[in-house]
Design a protein around this ligand. Structure first.
Ligand code: GLU
Length: 469
């Protein structure tokens, strides 16, 4: 039997990091089993679907390494609508489903509770199809449904506790539960690896598989992803869109490695490992069923490690979208013609060891490409104290006299200027840094001055001095 797994997102919003995690797990499982990964876009909720969300899913998958053309699909759930309706009809004709025209209020009035499920009122009343008649599945009165789940063992659900659930609405349209099962059936899916949120649907879906006379798949419900307060990640509260991480400058390699650690770890206490090791060592059966904490701080630190591990030319390439404002990435504060690739290449190794996401490259190097630096006023106020004007005067004079404009000479010269005032280098360089870069933190000052060049550095220092009059 060829293993066939599927990833079945609904295109109703930005692509979620939890979805990316499930996609990767499906992807690796298929690869390990010599199986097939199917992408199915569950686009039947017409009110909430948008084609751009589908495109977002395809490009996000591509970004984390599930590239277009390397999987089966995308198939679209809407294309299988005929099969969904045919399955509903089969269930009705075989007596496994029946029509019902009760409203919620009717059920409430009969049961006396708003929490009670459907009471089976129409089970044997012989109501036929018609407008406003929903089709309900006749769940067995006895026995239990045992779900075989690679991560959770064999969760068992008593059938008498499962209400006769709706499988097609009053307008005849099949609901998600049924469409999802019929698609899995027609696509020959053998393993359903999906988020834990769907576990409550699983006994109902397995009953549908049984009623339609097809062997159900093996299930694997991967743990819910939570924030630091142990709340399920939500798009209203948390940063959940994979796209947001991409735009901030997370590397896809770091992202997918981190996502795979949600509920699982490679051998030997390692966390950062080559992707090939993850592909080899990952075991779906070993995934911890408890909620998995999505720790953004840890991911950020992780990303910093990945950035530092890049060969410098790859780092330079990886920064390009932020340096030029490509696609959905915000444009930098300088004009394209102000950018100087050689100057960037000269400071890139210094920046590479300091930034944790690629977007941080912009505030680190903007001083090189702008006619005058963007002054952080709070930093200015904190740094420019009594004596800063005179210090800048002396520094300008000393720098003007330099024969060679290089980091080492600049450093020893400024050190001497500070020493005359009994100042350590840190204190001496702060006003110079703010004058030249506009900020209190950034790349090493003397290398920055060297790359910026004598003329521009001195102009900025003089301009800062004038502001202090
Ligand atoms: N379309 C469903 C979702 O996005 C997935 C259903 C499934 O994986 O079975 O949550």
């Amino acid at each position: 039997m060829t293993v066939r797994v599927r990833f079945a997102p609904s295109p109703t919003g930005m692509f979620h990091v939890g979805g990316a995690r499930s996609a990767l797990q499906n992807w690796i499982y298929a690869k390990q089993q010599g199986g097939v990964f199917v992408l199915r876009i569950e686009d039947t909720d017409a009110a909430r679907n948008k084609p751009e969300w589908t495109e977002g899913i395809l490009s996000a998958l591509d970004w984390i390494g599930i590239s277009r053309g390397s999987y089966e699909g995308p198939h679209f759930q809407s294309e299988n609508a005929g099969e969904h309706r045919a399955a509903a009809a089969r269930l009705y004709e075989s007596g496994r489903a029946y029509y019902c025209d009760c409203t919620r209020e009717d059920v409430q009035a009969r049961t006396g509770s708003q929490y009670q499920g459907y009471d089976g009122y129409h089970r044997d009343r012989g109501l036929g199809p018609g407008p406003g008649h929903a089709l309900r599945f006749r769940t067995p009165d006895e026995g239990a449904t045992v779900v075989v789940d690679l991560i959770r063992g064999e969760p068992t659900f008593e059938n008498k506790l499962i209400e006769d659930f709706v499988i097609a609405r009053g307008d005849g349209s099949p609901v998600f539960l049924l469409a999802n099962v019929v698609d899995d059936m027609t696509m020959g899916i053998t393993h359903v690896i999906r988020a834990e949120e769907h576990l409550p649907n699983t006994p109902k879906q397995q009953l549908l598989w049984d009623a339609l006379g097809v062997k159900p798949p093996i299930w694997a419900h991967v743990p819910v992803v939570v924030n630091e307060k142990r709340q399920k990640l939500s798009k209203r509260r948390d940063k959940v869109a994979l796209e947001a991480y991409r735009e901030e400058g997370y590397l896809p390699g770091a992202m997918r490695n981190y996502l795979m650690l949600l509920g699982w770890a490679p051998s030997g206490d390692r966390e950062i490992v080559p992707w090939s090791v993850i592909e080899e060592e990952f075991r779906l059966e070993e995934v911890n069923p408890s909620p998995a904490f999505f720790d953004e701080k840890k991911l950020r630190a992780f990303n910093g490690d990945y950035i530092r591990a890049l060969p410098v030319d790859e780092f330079i390439d990886a920064c390009q979208p932020w340096l030029t404002g490509t696609g959905t990435i915000a444009p930098p504060p300088w004009q394209p013609e102000e950018f100087d690739a050689d100057a960037f290449a000269a400071v890139a190794p210094l920046a590479q060891t300091r930034i944790t996401v690629l977007s941080e490259i912009v505030p680190n190097v903007d001083f090189l490409f702008l006619a005058s630096p963007l002054i952080d006023e709070a930093a200015w106020a904190k740094t420019m104290k009594d004596g800063s004007a005179e210090l800048l005067d002396d520094a300008v004079a000393a720098f003007e006299a330099l024969e060679s404009w290089d980091a080492e000479s600049l450093k020893s010269t400024l050190e001497a200027v500070g020493a005359e005032r009994g100042l350590k280098l840190g204190k001496t360089q702060a006003p110079v840094r703010v004058a030249v870069t506009g900020r209190t933190v950034g790349l090493p000052l003397f290398e920055s001055l060297e790359v910026l060049g004598r003329e521009r550095a001195l102009t900025r220092m003089r301009a800062a001095r004038l502001r202090l009059v």
